[in-house]
Design a protein around this ligand. Structure first.
Ligand SMILES: C[S@@+](CC[C@H](N)C(=O)[O-])C[C@H]1O[C@@H](n2cnc3c(N)ncnc32)[C@H](O)[C@@H]1O
Length: 208
């Protein structure tokens, strides 16, 4: 069911000016940002795993938003690899936003707030890694994306993809495309005006 990731211009890009190991060491040293314990695992899970999405992101124009950025993955590696793209790093927790501000490159802005309260139909790509169950993450991300863009979700290989497709259809999203643990939900129509639902509802009562 999972396709291989396409090769893209930045597939092997690393961000030479971004102090990757310093950032990762700070993530590991800051309570509440990760359950990972060592730098090697952090390089793999927070940095390399984020950059896997570059060829998918580059298919879409416009600004990017990382929803629930936490310690900065995937948003910081992607912002540093794509310095010409405007990137928003969004998190609901103030302390995490303070941390993100210390590491954000010039093309990234940090927003402290809840996803349900952000502007709609604004971004070319909304991405989320370990934010919530896929149905909830899709409901949070797709309304932020303009038609022609996409939501990109990092999923486990056991994710219920048919269910994700049903959720996507409610939100103006198309059929999920699957690449090696990543789901691309294309935005094919404006999200209906009944979204976003009230804070907390997407988690409590998923659409499918
Ligand atoms: C498990 S962490 C994942 C962090 C990061 N994406 C990663 O993969 O390491 C989930 C993050 O989502 C944030 N979050 C949860 N619900 C949110 C909401 N409704 N709006 C914005 N951020 C939210 C949390 O504060 C937390 O930092």
């Amino acid at each position: 069911m999972w396709a291989r990731l396409p090769r893209g211009r930045s597939r092997t890009a690393t961000s030479s000016s971004f102090p990757t190991d310093d950032w990762l060491a700070a993530v590991l040293a800051t309570p509440g940002l990760t359950g990972l314990r060592d730098l090697e695992a952090a390089r793999e899970m927070l940095f390399a795993d984020a950059l896997r999405a570059l060829p998918l992101i580059e298919r879409y124009d416009g600004p990017l938003i990382d929803v629930g950025s936490g310690g900065g993955s995937p948003g910081l590696p992607i912002a540093s690899a794509l310095p010409d793209r405007e990137v928003t790093l969004l998190d609901a927790e103030r302390g995490k936003c303070d941390f993100l501000r210390r590491w954000a490159p010039p093309n990234a802005q940090v927003v402290w707030g809840r996803v349900e309260e952000q502007p709609l139909e604004r971004w070319g790509v909304a991405m989320a890694k370990a934010l919530a169950q896929p149905a909830t993450a899709a409901e949070w991300c797709l309304p932020l994306v303009r038609v022609g863009g996409a939501a990109i979700l990092w999923l486990g290989v056991s994710a219920d993809v048919p269910r994700l497709g049903r959720v996507s259809a409610h939100l103006g999203g198309g059929i999920p495309e699957l690449y090696d643990g990543l789901a691309v939900l294309p935005k094919v129509a404006p999200t209906p005006p009944r979204f976003p639902r009230r804070v907390g509802v997407a988690k409590k009562r998923p659409l499918a």
